[in-house]
Each structure stands twice: as structure tokens, then as C-alpha cells.
Design a protein. Structure first.
Length: 320
């Protein structure tokens, strides 16, 4: 087998690779980048979601040009709980062949009781399929919140978390939405004029919320919820915030592709293509050495045949 590796690119430069003339199927390994893990004000950790890691067989056209992207452009600040980047392979004429989703970013916690982790990227073992998982809500808050970003699927982006104001006055709870969150792009990854154009997640609204992971469709971003608790007798007042983790970006596999395995990627993303070596009789550019070798073997076989004929004639003359 011949294996070609494609490294992660921070700026999102894409690679091109021409399918050898003898190859009709490739084995691809795509690993999306995990979401950023953030450290809070008191040293607590909000873990980024794992990236997808897909190994699959994909049919290809000999001589065609494939595009490979491992990464995306930088989002903004390092404090935004950056979502992980996807790994993508596509045909230059526009068909997306396979995508491994990036993990959602963890939020930057204010206190140890309100940390939200990022969701796993699509085609990770944790996600178990193409859909990314939602960011994790904090289990320490007694109110059901929807501030975490939703995971993307292979047919739709993840929905961003909704910011809420929750007021608890002497045990009576009232809640209201606060603002309108930005949403991830409704357009999946496409090839535009020979360039892979990623599907962007929504930009975070705070430097503490987790960004959504990038993928075939990208995920929803986390948002901020405010919880105010007021007691009348005795008089008490507490104020806390929850900053949700981002969802995981989705994966994708073209019809006719075959999944071999899924795994969790916790390191930098990458792409890898493997294919059989050229046969001796291959007539394509990669088979020229095969043609030369086959020709040499044919010449050698002809020479042996001629020598054998001469030997038989010599024996025949000697008997006469």
C-alpha cells in the first residue's frame, strides 16, 4: 500500500492530490480537531469535545483531482472556546466525499459550579455517527438551561444556545429569553471554484462561551445565562452565570463509501490516503516503470526462447 499524509493547517490552506490511473478505491483516514479546553477563573477545567476520527473506503475516479482540507481560518480570540476544525476530502468538480467533524469548545468558567464542556465532533467514537453532540449543560445548576450549543447533523447545523435571565424570588421562579443568539451557517461545506469553503459556526457572544465545532454542517455556539436568587426572609441575594459549551460539528460520508472504524481524536487533526501500488501492466503515468520492467522481461524471455531453439538445432545436427 502507498500512503500519503496531509498535515493540519492553521490558516486552512488546502491540498490537491491526483488519483493514480490504476486506483478506483482509496482508504481515507480523517481526524477533526478537538475543541479548545478552557481554564476558568479558579483553575477549573471546561473540556473541549473530541474531534471525529473516521476511517473509510471511498470509490474514486482514476486520474481525478481530490482536494483535502485539514483546518480552517482562525476564529477570533483564544478566550472564545474555539471550536475544533474539520478534516475534509472532496472532488475538485464539487462533490464532498468525506468529513470528520471538529469538537465543540468548552466555556471559560467563572466558578467551579458552572462549567460546560464542548460536544463531540461527528464520526467520533463518542458521537457514534455523523451527527455531532451538543455542548454539555452544567449538572450543578438546579434549573434546566438551554445555553449550550446544539450539535450539527449531516443535514442541518446545530442550534445555538439561548441566553436566559432567571430570577428566583423567595422560591418562585421566573425566566425570560435575553437577546437573540447568532446561528451557524445553513449551508454545508461546498467546493466553490476549486476551493473547499467550510460551513462556519456562529461567533460566540462572550469571551466565556464555547464556540461550535466546524464540520459538514457546523454546530451551535454556547451562550450566557444569568441566575439571580433573592430571599425575603431572611434577606439573601446571589448572582451566578452559566456559559454554555459549544456543540460538535457533523461528519459526512458520500453514498457508496464504507465506514471501517470510528475513534476519538484528542490531538491535532490530520488526513491520510492509502491505495494499492501500481500493477506491472498499468499504462498510466505511475505505471511507466511497470511497462519498462514488463518490456525487459519480454525481451529476456525472447532471448531464452531463441537460445533454446539454437540448442535443439545443434543437437539435431550432431545426431545426423
Amino acid at each position: 500500500m502507498v500512503t500519503v499524509d496531509f498535515a493540519y493547517s492553521v490558516a486552512g490552506e488546502q491540498y490537491e492530490w491526483v488519483v493514480p490511473n490504476h486506483v478506483t478505491e482509496i482508504l481515507v483516514e480523517l481526524a477533526g480537531t478537538p475543541g479548545a479546553t478552557e481554564t476558568g477563573d479558579e483553575g477549573q477545567i471546561a473540556t473541549g469535545g473530541v474531534g471525529g476520527h473516521l476511517t473509510a473506503r471511498i470509490p474514486v475516479e482514476p486520474g481525478s483531482t481530490l482536494l483535502i482540507l485539514v483546518g480552517r481560518g482562525p476564529l477570533t480570540s483564544a478566550l472564545l472556546g474555539n471550536g475544533g476544525a474539520p478534516a475534509v476530502i472532496a472532488e475538485s468538480d464539487g462533490d464532498i466525499l468525506a468529513v470528520a467533524g471538529g469538537g465543540g469548545g468548552g466555556n471559560r468558567c467563572i466558578s467551579s459550579s458552572i462549567c460546560g464542556d464542548g460536544g463531540a465532533g461527528g464520526f467520533s467514537a463518542t458521537a457514534g455517527g455523523a451527527a455531532g453532540l451538543p455542548g454539555q449543560p452544567s449538572p450543578a445548576i438546579p434549573y434546566e438551561l438551554f445555553s449550550h450549543g446544539g450539535g450539527a447533523t449531516d443535514s442541518a447545523p446545530g442550534v445555538s444556545g439561548q441566553s436566559e435571565d432567571i430570577r428566583v424570588l423567595d422560591g418562585v421562579v421566573s425566566r425570560s429569553a435575553s437577546g437573540t443568539p447568532g446561528q451557524a451557517s445553513s449551508v454545508p461545506i461546498v467546493v466553490d471554484l476549486g476551493v473547499i469553503a467550510p460551513s462556519a459556526p456562529a461567533a460566540p457572544t462572550s469571551n466565556r462561551t464555547g464556540a461550535g465545532g466546524w464540520g459538514y454542517f457546523s454546530a451551535g455556539v454556547g451562550d450566557e445565562s444569568r441566575i439571580e436568587e433573592v430571599g425575603i426572609d431572611p434577606p439573601t441575594f446571589t448572582l451566578s452565570f452559566f456559559h454554555g459549551g459549544g456543540g460538535g460539528g457533523s461528519g459526512y460520508l458520500i453514498e457508496g463509501g464504507e465506514i471501517i472504524s470510528l475513534a476519538d481524536n484528542v490531538d491535532i487533526g490530520f488526513a491520510r490516503i492509502s491505495h494499492p501500488e501500481a500493477a506491472l501492466a498499468d499504462t498510466g503515468p505511475d505505471g511507466l516503470w511497470g511497462i519498462a520492467l514488463a518490456g525487459s522481461l519480454a525481451i529476456a524471455a525472447g532471448a531464452l526462447s531463441l537460445a533454446s531453439m539454437r540448442a535443439r538445432r545443434s543437437r539435431s545436427t550432431a545426431v545426423s
